[in-house]
Design a protein around this ligand. Structure first.
Ligand SMILES: NC(=O)c1ccc[n+]([C@@H]2O[C@H](COP(=O)([O-])OP(=O)(O)OC[C@H]3O[C@@H](n4cnc5c(N)ncnc54)[C@H](O)[C@@H]3O)[C@@H](O)[C@H]2O)c1
Length: 311
């Protein structure tokens, strides 16, 4: 059985752990700084095993030693957004948390692939890459799977067609400047422009860009069902070497005209992590939008570097 460590036993982390175990995908070490929290959640999940019928071991821990030998480390540790907070407001607090978590987990699992979830996502993924010093193919951020799922959900709701037939990709940073590639969105291969007016498509794009905050405003805390499920899809793609083509936060080194930045791009996920970034031809407008998104991420990386030095 593979071993996945999930750091942060909060809403997203626990949802990831539960899905992995329920689907018999891996043993899970659920780690948190709060004493008792990961142990209690792990025990609760283990008690669901006789009902779901899985054989996975779920262990809760406050000791990094228990994360040893993980195949995948998922980082969800940090604070989440409250109403009125942008993802970037989280920058300083979460940079310190993610840096310390990355240092401790890489010591215990030098062969792991890292999936970062903590916001601001693109910046935290870059920080994890820098801290672990791993090849960039083994440090990946989760955002594109979630943002694409949100866009697909809205398309299905608006057209009335089954969500199972809707495909769409959202690229760029995980923030207001994300880039839903409407040209490639289809209902079973039929472009969505056949079913929806340009105005309606624009409306769905805006709703996708505000997908996270819409939920924060409703329930006064951050989303976790769809985020947790999105992480699990990436974990599954890696553990089963599925070669899934998914939008993930990856290190661009010239692809799409972008350099030295972690940003959402289509990539192939399998046992080695990112097997390749798929360089799809973009329109001038899409390329411009990706560049704008990349500059905003780079500004935040610079800000983070200053804040980390200042601590
Ligand atoms: N990338 C995405 O698409 C996406 C989607 C949803 C949430 N998020 C982000 O994921 C993060 C987690 O969200 P959540 O809703 O699960 O929050 P949460 O508050 O429920 O859970 C976070 C957990 O991290 C723990 N933690 C804090 N510092 C720690 C440390 N040093 N080591 C280990 N654990 C530590 C906390 O005790 C808490 O249990 C947030 O930053 C949120 O913004 C990202």
């Amino acid at each position: 059985m593979s071993k996945v460590t999930v750091v942060g036993a909060g809403f997203v982390g626990a949802t990831v752990a539960q899905y992995l175990a329920d689907n018999n995908l891996s043993d899970v070490c659920l780690f948190d700084v709060v004493e008792g929290l990961p142990q209690g959640k792990a025990l609760d999940m283990m008690q669901a095993a006789p009902i779901t019928g899985h054989d996975c071991k779920i262990v809760g821990s406050n000791d990094f030693g228990d994360t040893k030998g993980s195949d995948i480390v998922v980082i969800t540790a940090g604070i989440a957004r409250k109403p009125g907070m942008s993802r970037d407001d989280l920058l300083k607090t979460n940079a310190n948390i993610v840096q310390s978590v990355a240092k401790e987990t890489i010591k215990n699992s030098p062969d792991a692939i890292f999936i970062v979830v903590t916001n601001p996502l693109d910046v935290m993924t870059y920080l994890t890459w820098k801290t672990t010093k791993l090849p960039s193919s083994r440090v990946i951020g989760m955002a594109g799977v979630l943002d694409s799922a949100r866009f697909q959900t809205f398309i299905a709701m608006e057209t009335g067609y089954s969500v199972q037939d809707v495909r769409a990709m959202v690229l760029g940073g995980h923030g207001d400047l994300m880039v839903p590639v409407t040209r490639c969105a289809t209902v079973n291969g039929v472009p969505i422009s056949e079913f929806l007016s340009p105005e309606k498509i624009d409306e769905l794009v805006k709703r996708t860009q505000n997908g996270g905050i819409e939920i924060v405003n409703l329930m006064k805390s951050s989303a976790f069902y769809a985020p947790g499920r999105s992480v699990a899809q990436m974990v599954e793609a890696i553990l089963k070497d599925q070669n899934r083509l998914l939008p993930c936060c990856v290190y661009a080194d010239g692809e799409y005209g972008l350099k030295d930045v972690y940003i959402g791009l289509p990539c192939v996920l399998g046992k080695d992590g990112v097997k390749k970034i798929v360089d799809v031809k973009m329109t001038a407008e899409e390329t411009e939008a990706l560049k704008k998104s990349a500059s905003s991420i780079k500004e935040n990386v610079d800000l983070m570097n200053k804040l980390l030095v200042a601590v």
